[in-house]
Write a protein that binds this ligand. Structure first.
Ligand SMILES: NC(=O)c1ccc[n+]([C@@H]2O[C@H](COP(=O)([O-])OP(=O)(O)OC[C@H]3O[C@@H](n4cnc5c(N)ncnc54)[C@H](O)[C@@H]3O)[C@@H](O)[C@H]2O)c1
Length: 401
């Protein structure tokens, strides 16, 4: 069956055909401490984020309160296989949603899928009163959010994130987008979901590698904010079973606190909020060039190491501060190395296409110290010459080999 045909499943057939871990089997025990609560994101008018154990139970009432004429679920095949039946069950007393599936992974965040999603929404009768539920990881949320934002110039949508990355990071931002023409997130819009419903029991089925990659963003924000956030991150990684369920709940709450603190400074992520992109300049290049072999967080991990060395090389970050950064990053044991077939030249070329360019030059977010972003002419972007980046990349490559 062709991928797009496969996607035309109906709610009924999906419920009967899909094996799934039952909610009861995977739900967080009450002792876990985090029960569903609502926080309002500082982004665009305080979008509600309902998170914690039992958050999914709030979804039907939330949808009902918006009185949609029809509900559409956009998801990827893996997520729907694992958790789709449960989602449908929770909605079944009130809604028989249309389901549209794409393939899984970063490679699917592309124009042809955006077109496919928009076509499907129209074919299945979307109206201006309909509502789109994006159900999955960051890829689904980003592309589904963009599709919903384009149809009729903007249909109401909400996010139900299923990965730790999406729950702790993606939903706090109101960026929706796809990769395009050789670069990450090159097409997109700022559009705010009605709400996000983040139930941690979903990410209990994620592989350890993905959880660890998501924790990179947590470390990044701890480095950006410094102080107690940095100390708490060090404490977090000193626990032997770092990625146990209670630890992951702790990570989710800590991450949301961090992101709220940063987002409050700059809700459009245009100036100070840009610092959230720390490590992403080289990170995005690596993620793109690795063609899925490095996950987003893993690529950002290497990107932060390069940015730290660059700041040190430029005399911006003293060695003691670089060591502080490295100490926290080193606690993320098990991040895979950069694939050997990616060359320094390819990274340079890819960084040239980065969306943070200043004129013809490259620009990086660099740290003066843990908790202190380097500012230049009122901007968090520091211009960097090609040869400076080149020599730091070569040094980093040598150290990795
Ligand atoms: N501000 C933003 O919008 C923002 C912030 C950070 C990251 N992102 C984007 O998010 C994407 C990365 O997010 P991601 O890591 O969630 O990627 P993803 O959506 O590709 O999910 C990763 C994999 O996990 C699978 N999966 C999803 N939920 C699962 C579950 N509960 N159990 C088992 N497997 C599951 C998916 O099918 C996929 O194969 C990148 O495209 C990145 O650019 C966006």
């Amino acid at each position: 069956m062709e991928k797009h045909d496969q996607a035309k499943v109906t709610a009924q057939t999906t419920v009967h055909n899909l094996p799934h871990p039952s909610r009861a089997a995977t739900a967080a025990p009450a002792s876990m401490g985090v029960s569903a609560e609502t926080w309002h994101s500082p982004l665009a008018g305080g979008m509600p984020i309902i998170f914690g154990a039992g958050a999914l139970d709030r979804l039907p009432d939330l949808l009902l309160s918006h009185k949609p004429d029809k509900v559409f679920i956009i998801s990827d095949q893996r997520v729907f296989h694992l958790h789709g039946a449960e989602l449908l069950q929770s909605l079944s007393p009130h809604f028989a949603p249309e389901i549209i599936l794409i393939g899984e992974g970063e490679g699917e965040k592309k124009m042809s899928n955006l077109e496919f999603l928009c076509e499907q929404l129209f074919e299945r009768g979307i109206t201006k009163s309909s509502l789109v539920v994006n159900f999955g990881g960051g890829v689904t949320l980003n592309i589904g959010g963009l599709a919903a934002s384009l149809v009729y110039r903007g249909i109401r949508f909400l996010h139900v994130p299923t990965t730790l990355m999406a729950q702790s990071d993606v939903i706090v931002s109101n960026k929706q987008g796809i990769n395009f023409a050789g670069g990450k997130n090159r097409l997109g819009v700022f559009a705010t979901p009605l709400a996000a419903v983040a139930d941690p029991h979903f990410f209990r089925t994620e592989p350890l590698r993905q959880l660890r990659a998501a924790a990179v963003e947590y470390c990044k924000n701890a480095i950006l904010l410094g102080g107690e956030h940095y100390q708490e991150a060090l404490r977090f990684f000193s626990v032997p079973d770092t990625f146990s369920a209670p630890q992951l709940d702790r990570l989710l709450v800590n991450s949301l606190k961090q992101k709220f603190e940063i987002a409050r400074l700059d809700p459009k992520e245009k100036s100070l909020g840009l610092m959230l992109e720390y490590g992403h300049t080289v990170g995005h290049a690596l993620e793109w060039l690795s063609q899925g072999r490095l996950m987003h967080g893993e690529a950002v991990y290497h990107g932060m190491n390069v940015a730290g060395q660059l700041a040190h090389h430029l005399g911006i970050m003293p060695v003691e501060e670089l060591k502080k950064q490295s100490l926290l990053l080193s606690r993320l044991r098990g991040i895979p190395p950069i694939p050997k077939d990616i060359s320094v030249g390819q990274i340079q070329a890819s960084v040239q296409r980065d969306n943070k360019k200043v004129g013809k030059g490259m620009a990086f977010i660099l740290m003066k110290a843990v908790g202190q972003v380097n500012m230049q002419d009122g901007s968090v972007l520091t211009p960097v010459c090609e040869f400076q980046l080149n020599s730091v990349l070569l040094e980093y490559w040598d150290a990795l080999l």
